[in-house]
Design a protein around this ligand. Structure first.
Ligand SMILES: NC(=O)c1ccc[n+]([C@@H]2O[C@H](COP(=O)([O-])OP(=O)(O)OC[C@H]3O[C@@H](n4cnc5c(N)ncnc54)[C@H](O)[C@@H]3O)[C@@H](O)[C@H]2O)c1
Length: 417
């Protein structure tokens, strides 16, 4: 692809998910010609400096660079919370923005990117309430801009297989299930302690949402009620957050799903986190089962030198989500369903720009992508915003059930005690 057809990418936020997934994926797209200049904007220069100096990234992508905003000549302690607005206003129209800031800032950043005429890929969850997702969907459609939500578990081959076979009726109908996603304890020592506070987000919203999206992706069943209970605790800096959460989701056919999430998988564990999905289904005088062990994917390493990411010597190593491996080119190639998801979203934006000549054509392509249902868009993943909104109401009301009402104006309603 020629440079003219490549999209420039602005990444807003330069924290963990950018280091571990987004920047490697985008660097790879840059060297394969899909992406032009990469800008990264953070509120402070420190994370940008860490990205520039990251030895793994240097080794995997020799000679590749991004433009840092603010400039790295600024001191680490200085903050630039509004710099993203300047960076967006300088961007060429109809390029791409990847939003990777804390959950509660997604709405503001996605809206600003759309108003700056940019296609957007936002890390999950898109926003924390349904009305905001409807507003962003309408704004994007009005301008013929694509918005993707980075629910990468959809691109995991085991999820794709389950979706295909579920649609063929091979399992029967989902009736009862459970999932867990327990992130490592060491997250509590990261920048999380500054934003993962009780009144902003919780583990169910942060990672439980992956399995909420996945069950909907596989079955197409809409959630109709949510109850989430949390366990509070203190971060090392004294901020209080929900460190654990358990949610129950009721579906339109009466099915029930229980999801546990937390920031507490032992750093010494082989993990490096704990995650799994079990879905029981009812068939005709028979039951069906989908069971995914998403933690131990069958590869174990024990290191004679050094340790794994949480500090453990003996590790379950998932080759499925994200790894850097040898390839036919220079450096290393990022592989895994996390990479597939970023790549598929960016390629969708590039194709949208290449294949369409009018606003109507762009809108038609956006509708097609949403209807295909593979990549998450506001139109095909809005149930997540309803669940997140209901979950936040429920967790702050000690687990009270919150109903999700569909129809012309979907909304959530706290159930009267
Ligand atoms: N599995 C997943 O899909 C997954 C995993 C991790 C994180 N995430 C999501 O990614 C987002 C970020 O998570 P993270 O783990 O990278 O967090 P993080 O705290 O490591 O990084 C967030 C970054 O945003 C920056 N930031 C804050 N305010 C800003 C502003 N005004 N302008 C520019 N930058 C600003 C912070 O300085 C920080 O570097 C969250 O929404 C999270 O839910 C998704």
């Amino acid at each position: 692809m020629s440079g003219e057809q490549a999209l420039d990418i602005t990444i807003i936020g330069g924290g963990m998910i950018v280091t571990d997934l987004i920047l490697p994926s985008v660097y790879h797209l840059q060297r394969t010609g899909w992406v032009g200049t990469i800008h990264i904007c953070d509120r402070s220069p420190a994370p940008l400096r860490a990205l520039k100096e990251n030895a793994e990234l240097k080794k995997a992508f020799p000679g590749q660079e991004f433009v840092a905003h603010p400039s790295l000549s600024e001191p680490d302690g200085k903050v630039f919370p509004d710099q993203f607005a300047e960076v967006l206003s300088a961007a060429r129209p109809r390029q791409a923005v990847i939003v990777a800031v804390p959950d509660q800032m997604h709405y503001q950043m996605v809206k600003a990117a759309l108003l700056a005429d940019q296609h957007v890929l936002c890390v999950k969850p898109l926003v924390l309430n349904y009305a905001q997702s409807v507003e962003l969907e309408a704004l994007a459609m009005e301008r013929g801009l694509y918005v993707g939500v980075e629910y990468h578990k959809r691109l995991d081959r085991r999820a794709l297989l389950a979706k295909t076979l579920y649609a063929e009726g091979r399992f029967g109908t989902f009736v009862m299930g459970e999932a867990k996603l327990i992130e490592p304890y060491y997250y509590r020592h990261s920048n999380f302690q500054n934003w993962f506070v009780c009144d902003k987000t919780d583990p169910f919203v942060y990672v439980g949402c992956h399995y909420v999206d996945l069950v909907y992706f596989i079955t197409g069943l809409k959630p109709v009620a949510v109850s989430v209970s949390g366990v509070k605790g203190k971060f090392p800096n004294g901020n209080e957050g929900y460190l654990w959460a358990n949610g129950r989701v009721r579906y339109e056919n009466g099915a029930l799903m229980s999801i546990s999430a937390g920031l507490g998988y032992p750093d010494e564990g082989a993990g490096s986190n704990d995650q799994a999905l079990v879905m029981y289904c009812e068939g005709s005088n028979k039951s069906g089962l989908i069971q995914h062990d998403d933690q131990d994917r069958g590869v174990r390493h024990s290191y004679a030198v050094g340790a794994g990411c949480g500090g453990s010597v003996y590790n379950y190593v998932s080759p499925d989500f994200f790894r850097m491996v040898q390839w036919e080119g220079k450096g290393l190639k990022p592989v895994g369903y996390g990479v597939d998801s970023v790549v598929a979203n960016v390629e969708t934006m590039v194709r949208l720009e290449r294949q369409t000549a009018s606003l109507e054509q762009r809108r038609a392509v956006i509708r097609e992508v949403s209807e295909a249902g593979l990549l998450a868009t506001p139109a095909n993943s809005f149930i997540n915003e309803l669940v997140v909104e209901a979950a936040r109401l429920s967790i702050t009301a000690e687990g009270d059930w919150v109903d999700i009402v569909y129809g012309d104006h979907p909304h959530v309603e706290a159930r009267k005690r």
